[in-house]
Design a protein around this ligand. Structure first.
Ligand SMILES: *Cc1c(COP(=O)(O)O)cnc(C)c1O
Length: 434
């Protein structure tokens, strides 16, 4: 398979090039040149497969030409060695819990798969690869833990000072070894801009080998399509008119769902559910795509003012807003609504949402109310205990910290503090990577 850049000015790349580079040289995002439907036989068997079998079928379909079957199978099975249950909350409304991995957020899946794929492609190389990642919280921990102690790979995590929760911060600033955390005096958007600029800086790229583990990297995005198949399979063969609500920030997760739909997965409609950083819902509403500085919310992993994967969504739909609106509707949730939803769902359904999942829940609930013929699931992207500061006051109760989170609590934070100045960051990379 060849991969093309959404900016259309770089030559097509191989899977290896795409994974090693992250961003295309013209600044665009890579997309496979075609996404063909899964075979009919797969859809007949899908409802009887387990998570790993389902994921492996999808992975083989997309990557089978480029990676030997046995290597690919091991990558998929190792990545998904934890459950991804679909939990019914009430009639017609379920949630796909993607938070049972090592850092308890859905990003574990993309990050773990990418680490294995990158390790595979770099296994005979002499030079170390530096994985750069900007994080508003969860990406940093998922990537740092996914790549921790992987030989030949170093990870540099950039995050906005004071804007991630103390627990999130501990998950990627206390590891040491091949993981370096950079605390930036700025916003998440500043971090993302610094990372993007690093990839387009020719001098820097001559000196150090850089790649991205943000969802601009196809290797992180692609494996996320696996669980949409698994979600639909768990709803069962007899369920149709399926709507899926995706709490979104950089829109990698939603994009993966749309890719699954492109492979003919029977999801009728998607909801792009955001907090008040509503760039994409606004675009769906009025056709204007207007990036803005991000605003801090209680669903901080979705505080994104210029979602990088929107370019891929445009590409998937041939830049037709009409086609986009036929498949996707927007939904926006305020912090107040997030808090109330967490409280109400806990009280009435005894289900504990995290602030991001709450956005998905509310979006889906409103949709199902208007469309009684539909059945839906939303993606629960993080364990509620990761956001205790918001969840505990919302339900007026303390919640226990799962072992996967408490194991980081005692670690000592080690960071490099930098301003948003690119040249200083560049020199830091050169100094510490060469
Ligand atoms: C990253 C993240 C999101 C947003 O996912 P995107 O793929 O960036 O849209 C939502 N919820 C949580 C908990 C996250 O960590």
């Amino acid at each position: 398979m060849r991969y093309i850049s959404t900016n259309g000015r770089s030559p097509a790349g191989s899977l290896k090039e795409v994974v090693m580079r992250g961003l295309a040289p013209d600044g665009g995002l890579y997309m496979p040149e075609r996404i063909s439907p899964m075979p009919d036989a797969f859809f007949r068997q899908m409802y009887d497969m387990d998570l790993q079998e389902t994921a492996f079928s999808v992975a083989s379909h997309l990557l089978g030409e480029d990676i030997p079957t046995s290597d690919l199978k091991k990558m998929v099975y190792d990545t998904l060695d934890f459950p991804v249950p679909l939990v019914q909350i009430h009639h017609r409304l379920s949630t796909l819990e993607l938070f049972h991995g090592p850092t308890m957020a859905f990003k574990d899946i993309g990050a773990r798969f990418m680490a294995r794929l990158l390790g595979y492609f770099n296994r005979h190389e002499q030079q170390e690869v530096n994985v750069l990642v900007a994080t508003s919280g969860d990406t940093g921990s998922a990537v740092a833990n996914g790549f921790y102690k992987v030989p030949g790979i170093r990870v540099v995590v950039l995050y906005p000072e004071g804007m991630v929760t103390p627990l999130q911060e501990k998950q990627f600033t206390t590891l040491g070894e091949n993981i370096t955390a950079v605390e930036v005096k700025g916003t998440f958007d500043d971090c993302q801009r610094m990372v993007k600029q690093a990839f387009s800086d020719e001098e820097l790229n001559r000196l150090v080998k850089l790649t991205s583990a943000n969802s601009i990297n196809w290797a992180r995005l692609m494996p996320q399509s696996f669980y949409y198949f698994w979600g639909v399979a768990q709803l069962g063969k007899k369920t149709d008119n399926i709507t899926c609500a995706v709490p979104s920030g950089n829109f990698g997760n939603l994009c993966s769902g749309l890719i699954a739909k492109k492979m003919h997965l029977p999801i009728k409609r998607f909801i792009a559910a955001t907090n008040i950083n509503d760039i994409v819902p606004k675009y769906i509403e009025n056709g204007h795509y207007q990036p803005k500085p991000s605003v801090a919310t209680v669903a901080n992993a979705m505080d994104v003012g210029n979602p990088s994967n929107f370019a891929r969504i445009l590409e998937l739909y041939g830049h037709s807003r009409e086609a986009i609106c036929a498949d996707i509707e927007g939904y926006v949730c305020t912090d107040e609504e997030i808090r109330t939803t967490i409280g109400e769902v806990y009280e009435r359904q005894q289900y504990l949402l995290d602030p991001h999942g709450a956005v998905g829940y509310k979006a889906l609930q409103d949709h199902l109310y208007k469309h009684p013929e539909n059945t839906g699931f939303f993606i629960e992207t993080a364990h509620p205990a990761k956001f205790r500061e918001t969840v505990e006051p919302a339900i007026r109760q303390k919640i226990p910290l799962p072992a996967n989170l408490s194991r980081f609590a005692g670690g000592i934070k080690q960071t490099e503090k930098l301003s948003t100045n690119f040249d200083i960051f560049k020199n830091f990379l050169i100094r510490s990577c060469v």
